[in-house]
Every structure is written in C-alpha cells, then in structure tokens.
Design a protein around this ligand. Sequence first.
Ligand SMILES: [Zn+2]
Ligand SMILES: [Zn+2]
Ligand SMILES: [Zn+2]
Ligand SMILES: [Zn+2]
Length: 304
Amino acid sequence: MSSVNAFFDDLQSKPKVVDPPQNEDIVDCESLNEANQATVKPNVTVSSNVRELLECPVCLNAMYPPIHQCSNGHTLCSGCKPRVHNRCPTCRNELGDIRCLALEKVAASLELPCKYQSFGCTGIYPYYGKLKHESQCSYRPYSCPYAGSECTIIGDVPHLVAHLKDDHKVDMHNGCTFNHRYVKSNPHEVENATWMLTVFGCFGQYFCLHFEAFQLGISPVYIAFLRFMGDDNEAKNYSYSLEVGGNGRKMIWQGVPRSIRDSHRKVRDSFDGLVIQRNMALFFSGGDRKELKLRVTGRIWKEQ
Ligand SMILES: [Zn+2]
Ligand SMILES: [Zn+2]
Ligand SMILES: [Zn+2]
Ligand SMILES: [Zn+2]
C-alpha cells in the first residue's frame, strides 16, 4: 500500500503536462526589456497574452477555427457555440453567426512549444500544427500496458517498467528466450478471464508477453502475444516466435511485436498472436482435460 502512495507522490512531483492556455512557461513581456533578450524568441514572448485571448471562456480549451464572436466581440470556440443557445456566455447578447477572422489569423502567426516539453520534446510548432504534432509526438507518454484492470498510469518506458514491477507485481526476466508454463485448475471458467503479463528485457529494450483467455463468439480461446515497450517504428526491428504443444503436436507462431501504443485489446481483437482453441489447449495439457497446463516457449530476435 505504502509503495502505491509513494508512487503517486512521486507522480505529483513530476512536472505536469498542461495545455498551452494555462502554461506559464512562456516568458512574460517584462523579460523583453532585460539584457538577456537575445535568448528569448520575440514571437514566443508576445504569445503569452495572445494565448489567453485564444482560450475559450466556456471550456477553457485553446480555440481553433472557426472562432466565433458576438456583436460585442466576445469570442467562443466552435465546440461550445452550439451549446450556448445562441446567447453570448459573456454578455448574454444574441450570438449570431460572426467569425473572428482577426483572431484566427493572429493564432496562425503563433509558434508554441509542444505540450510534452517536460517529457523531452524540444519542438516549437505553429499554432494550427501543434495539435497534430502532439497526437504523434514521440515523447508523448505511454499508457500502462497492464491488462485486466483499468490503470490510468502514464509515463515513459523506464517509469512504466518500475510501475509494472512495483505496483502490478509483474514477473520480470532478462533474456531473449523464454519457457513459460500457464497452469489453471478451472479452465472452463473463461469469464473468470486470466490475464498474465511477463516483462522481458533484452537488446536494451522491454517486451510484454501477454497471455489471455477470452471468449471468441461462443468458443473459449487463449491468446499469447508480445508487445514492445516503445513506438511502432522501433517495434518493427524485432520479431518473435511462440511455440506451444503436447501429445506429439505443436503450434508455432511467428510475429512482429506490437507497440504498447496499441492497446492489448486491439492486439487481441486482431488475433495478432498465437491463438489456441480451448479444446486444443486442453489436448496439449494432457491428463484428464480438467486442468490447463500449457508450456509456451519463445524467442525474441532483432531483424537485420
Ligand atoms: Zn469552448
Ligand atoms: Zn458578448
Ligand atoms: Zn512533441
Ligand atoms: Zn498500471
């Protein structure tokens, strides 16, 4: 318990990711007069006040075209406009259908830092390109890859590896080959779904091996697949194989690990892994078909 709290404390002390309108990291106008002017980008400096103007007074988000205004000049974002019943939320006058082109043009001249600056992104982007960049920024934090619980933890890979180990008590292994046994005494309760996660460290990277039971239509099945703790373009540099068998039969899967940017559910629903029907799984388990005993062996390698 205390480790969980310590973790949250730790998270709190981290710099927060804030949307541009609330961000105070921009130097205010007074600094312009100071001697170190050369290190301050003038267009970034001026932007602080303009950014306040670009904040929607209703939802407080940054406004993007079309930006609306009432006949008195109060502005409003296009998302909030349909929700205010044609009344300006500031002066209560009729809103009408007036666009604030001047503000839209001012916004176009702004350049702002990526909101993942505190995660290491040094990019500066035009106002209208910033959202697109942020949706693909390689510094944007990853979501916790643990399946089976709604975990809201986000962070970079080292942070998540520590979190998986400390808070989810996930098994951690070093090495590129593995030999895993999945044993379940009541394999007929698929709704009692099993999620198992093991983390492998090899090639200086981390990989998540998932094993899940789920219901495919009316058939209970098992799936095992690997996810890469990093982005898709790097995940493609690796391959893996999984093998399961028994009673003289064997199934082999070879695949490419999926980035943890893709949710485990998305990977599972696309069957991008070793899928084993329960009948087959019980056959591989031997014995009286009352117990699931699967031995999954696998290997991860780097493509040349
Ligand atoms: Zn709004
Ligand atoms: Zn108004
Ligand atoms: Zn960025
Ligand atoms: Zn988690």
